[in-house]
Structures are given as structure tokens and as C-alpha cells.
Design a protein around this ligand. Structure first.
Ligand code: NDP
Length: 419
């Protein structure tokens, strides 16, 4: 079918690359690129002899548009799968436009320097107008809609698990189970244990910024903001058991609020153990989660980046993590005039993922849908000029692919509700 450039070679990218390599009919050529070429080469080595796809590597700093443009001009791919950090989204989207290449990512744009005055001005205006204070929102990427449409290119935003599969589940529920959906609760449960007192399952900087921020949910046409971890519930998850979960702001709430007609409320809950929360609070209290550089012995360091260097690399958690994840959505709405509720979810086992691809389930549950999104854009099934979130496409081919590529899902009627 064609060639893809994958930017990033971290935990999520490692899974997506292996899944692309296992699907060589679509991904005939794969170029892996990041700032550290040796890491890309190591992935290439791992795959050689196990795939029909031609794998190449390159060095690129995706903070520099000219470097991404040069890479795309040289490689001439059909699509870029952006699995670097949310900070690089806008530059990679610009470069794709300039080179006539489709774009897929798993996380929406976030500013790396939240003290930058130009960014701050837009951010503060948005906080006032939209009513939520997260450092990320879709406005920056949705602003590319017209230009992608005119260029005849597809940008598929948020094709991970959450965002990603949660949006596809929503489109599927609406298509097959409801005339109208009124309430969505997204429940992200990680029942895994890696044995460390404190570690994050994906990029620590992105993870800790997300978790330490204010929570928020969508209700009756507007955002309701909460203090961090203010709303707590307990839920008994299939194949995991009872866990405490906390309401967070999460990016798919923003797109689902626009794309699910008649929606009244959308909430997002994530499970955390007490040890994680106590460590995080302590690190926050001493300033270790700050993104503002401090001068240390004549050198500027960013506290959260220094913390990242101390914490276990998420990619190294694979062999030691046991247990399962259970991620899904509970929907309540009406069908033929009657109220009903369903729960669509996937259960994924950390050790099964490790045996298959050498990674834990958080990277797996993100990397597999990233490959599927890229596949559907590359093979034309989800090719539509413009910038789209996953729930704006027909969910059926994605749902079928989830079953086929390792993330089978179940639909449970009349689930236990979250109060
Ligand atoms: P990692 O930190 O493990 O990997 C990030 C990768 O990005 C590294 O390989 C790094 O390589 C590369 N990178 C960073 N900066 C640049 C740059 N300037 N230019 C080129 N490459 C760069 O992160 P994860 O794999 O855990 O996460 C990847 C993405 O997936 C993140 O955006 C994260 O938010 C998202 N995610 C989405 C989820 C979802 O469900 N939707 C869930 C989990 C994660 P190098 O240092 O060599 O440049």
C-alpha cells in the first residue's frame, strides 16, 4: 500500500512500529525517526528478519519544522504517524501540509513553555471563554481544518486509546445502540503493579502534568471545573476488581461534546493508588512538577524534566508489570423512546502485552489504535480531506480491527452505573 514515517521511538511508538511491521501489506515501508537515531536503529534491528516491511531510520528534531520538511521531502511517505510528544503536533502538522502528507497522532497539542507570552495570551482568553484551564485543547489543531481540506489531506487526531478508542466506542454506541446518547462516563482503570513505589506508565512529564491539573467535566453545554482529584468514586472493574478512581479533565471530552448530538454530560475517571497520589502531591509541593526552568549551579534545568531522568523509563516497566487494564465507556441514552445503558470496554493483560511486543499494556493500548488509525487513513477507509477526531468516522472498520489486532472489546447491557 505505501510508506509511513513514524516520529518517536518511545514506549507507544515501539508498539505501533511492531504492529505496523506485522501489517506489511499496508505498511510496505516504515521510516522510524526521532532525535536519537540509535534508539530508532535498535527498534529496526529488533524487527529485521521478522517482517516483510522495509524499515529505515532517520534523525529528526520535530521542534524544527525545516528538519521535518526535509525528512518528508526525502522519504516521500503517504502519512506521518506522530508519536513524539504533544509539543511537536503543530510543527509536524505544518510540515505535513507543506509536503502533501496525511497526519495521524494520539495526543492533542500542548505548549511546552507555558510562560511563553504569545501562547499565554491565547490560553488565558480560552480559559475565560471556554471555562477550563488545562494546558491543552483542540483549538490549535482544529484551526488547520480549512487548510487540510483545501490540500486534500486527512489529519486524524487522537488515535490512541483515550483519546482514540473511547471516541470510536462512542460512535459505535450511537450507530448501533442509541437514537441519542445523553451521558458518557469514560473509565480508565490500570490494575497493573510494577513493584516500584512511584513510576508513570507513559511519558512522566505529560502524565504528571495531566494528573496534577484541575479536573473538569462537560454538563449541559458548558465546562464544570473541579480542584485536582476533588471527585472520587469507587468502581468494581471486570477482571480487575474494586479501585478508587478520580475525575480528570481529558481531551476527548472536548471533541465528544461537539460530535455527539444531544449529549448532556461527559465525565472522565482514572484509577490511582494511594501511593501514587501521595508521591505526586509531595513532588508537586516541593516544586518538582514545575515546567519553569530554574538555575542550578549555573545551568538552567526544568524540574519536571529532571524528575523524568530520575524515574524509571516507562519502556522498562514491561517485564515487571503484572495485572490488567480495563478501559471503556458507560453510555446512557434513548432507543425507540426507552432509556437504556451499555458499557463498552477492553481488558488488556500487562504480561500478555509484554510477551507479544515487550511492552506493558499502557503502551500497547495506545500503540495498537495508533497503527489502526494510520492503516485506515493509508488504505482510504478513513481518508477525508480535513482535520477530524476519530468519532467523526464510521466506527465499524476500527472496531473490527481492534478485535483483529489484539484489543478485543465487549458490550455489557445494564452495567453498574457511576453515581
Ligand atoms: P516517550 O517519552 O516514551 O516517547 C516520546 C518519543 O518522542 C521519544 O521516542 C522521543 O525520542 C520522541 N521525541 C521527543 N521530542 C522529540 C522531538 N523534538 N523530535 C523528534 N522526536 C521527539 O512517550 P510515550 O511513547 O509514552 O508517548 C508518546 C505519545 O503518546 C505522547 O504524545 C503521549 O501523550 C501519547 N499517549 C497517548 C495516549 C492515548 O491513549 N491517546 C496514552 C499514552 C500516551 P527522542 O528523545 O529520541 O527524540
Amino acid at each position: 500500500m505505501g510508506k509511513i514515517v513514524i516520529i518517536g521511538c518511545g514506549g507507544v511508538a515501539s508498539v505501533a512500529i511492531q504492529k505496523c511491521a506485522g501489517n506489511a501489506e499496508i505498511f510496505e515501508e516504515i521510516c522510524i525517526a526521532s532525535r536519537t537515531r540509535e534508539k530508532c536503529d535498535a527498534l529496526k534491528e529488533k524487527l529485521e528478519g521478522h517482517t516483510k516491511a522495509v524499515i529505515t531510520t532517520a534523525r529528526v528534531d520535530a521542534d524544527k519544522r525545516e528538519e521535518v520538511v526535509a525528512l518528508l521531502r526525502k522519504e516521500q511517505p503517504q502519512a506521518v504517524l506522530n508519536l513524539a510528544l504533544p509539543y511537536q503536533d503543530l510543527i509536524i502538522m505544518e510540515a505535513c501540509l507543506e509536503c502533501g502528507v496525511h497526519y495521524i497522532d494520539t495526543a492533542n497539542y500542548e505548549a511546552e513553555d507555558t510562560m511563553d507570552p504569545t501562547w499565554r495570551e491565547v490560553y488565558e482568553k480560552r480559559c475565560k471563554e471556554a471555562g477550563f484551564t488545562a494546558y491543552f485543547d483542540y483549538s490549535w489543531q482544529w484551526a488547520f481544518r480549512e487548510r487540510y481540506r483545501e490540500a486534500g489531506l486527512t489529519a486524524l487526531l487522537g488515535s490512541g486509546f483515550d483519546p482514540g478508542v473511547t471516541g470510536v466506542f462512542s460512535a459505535y454506541a450511537l450507530k448501533h445502540y442509541f437514537d441519542e446518547i445523553h451521558y458518557i462516563d469514560i473509565l480508565d482503570c490500570n490494575g497493573g503493579d510494577h513493584g516500584y513505589p512511584f513510576a508513570t506508565n507513559f511519558n512522566p512529564e505529560i502524565n504528571l502534568r495531566e494528573v496534577s491539573a484541575n479536573g473538569s467535566y462537560w454538563e449541559n453545554g458548558h465546562w464544570v471545573e473541579t480542584k485536582p482529584m476533588e471527585i472520587k468514586r469507587e468502581y468494581d472493574f471486570d477482571r480487575v476488581g474494586k479501585k478508587d478512581m478520580y475525575l480528570l479533565h481529558h481531551e476527548e471530552i472536548e471533541s465528544l461534546a461537539q460530535n455527539i448530538p444531544g449529549i448532556k454530560r461527559i465525565r472522565f475517571f482514572m484509577t490511582f493508588g494511594q501511593s501514587y497520589l501521595t508521591h505526586m502531591k509531595c513532588l508537586e509541593n516541593v516544586g518538582m512538577l514545575s515546567t519553569v526552568p530554574v538555575l542550578y549551579e549555573g545551568r538552567e534545568i526544568v524540574p519536571i524534566q529532571f524528575l523524568k531522568a530520575l524515574l524509571p523509563d516507562p519502556a522498562s516497566l514491561g517485564p515487571r508489570t503484572v495485572g490488567k487494564t480495563n478501559i471503556g465507556c458507560i453510555y446512557t441514552g434513548v432507543k425507540d423512546g426507552k432509556e437504556k445503558s451499555i458499557y463498552i470496554y477492553n481488558v488488556c493483560d500487562h504480561q500478555d502485552c509484554y510477551r507479544e511486543v515487550g511492552s506493558q499494556a499502557i503502551s500497547y493500548t495506545t500503540g495498537v489504535p495508533a497503527m489502526i488509525g494510520a492503516m485506515l487513513v493509508m488504505n482510504g477507509t478513513w481518508k477525508k480531506p480535513g482535520v477530524y477526531n476519530v468519532e467523526e468516522f464510521d466506527p465499524d472498520p476500527f472496531m473490527e480491527a481492534l478485535n483483529r489486532f489484539g484489543l478485543p472489546w465487549v458490550v455489557e447491557e445494564n452495567p453498574v452505573m457511576v453515581d
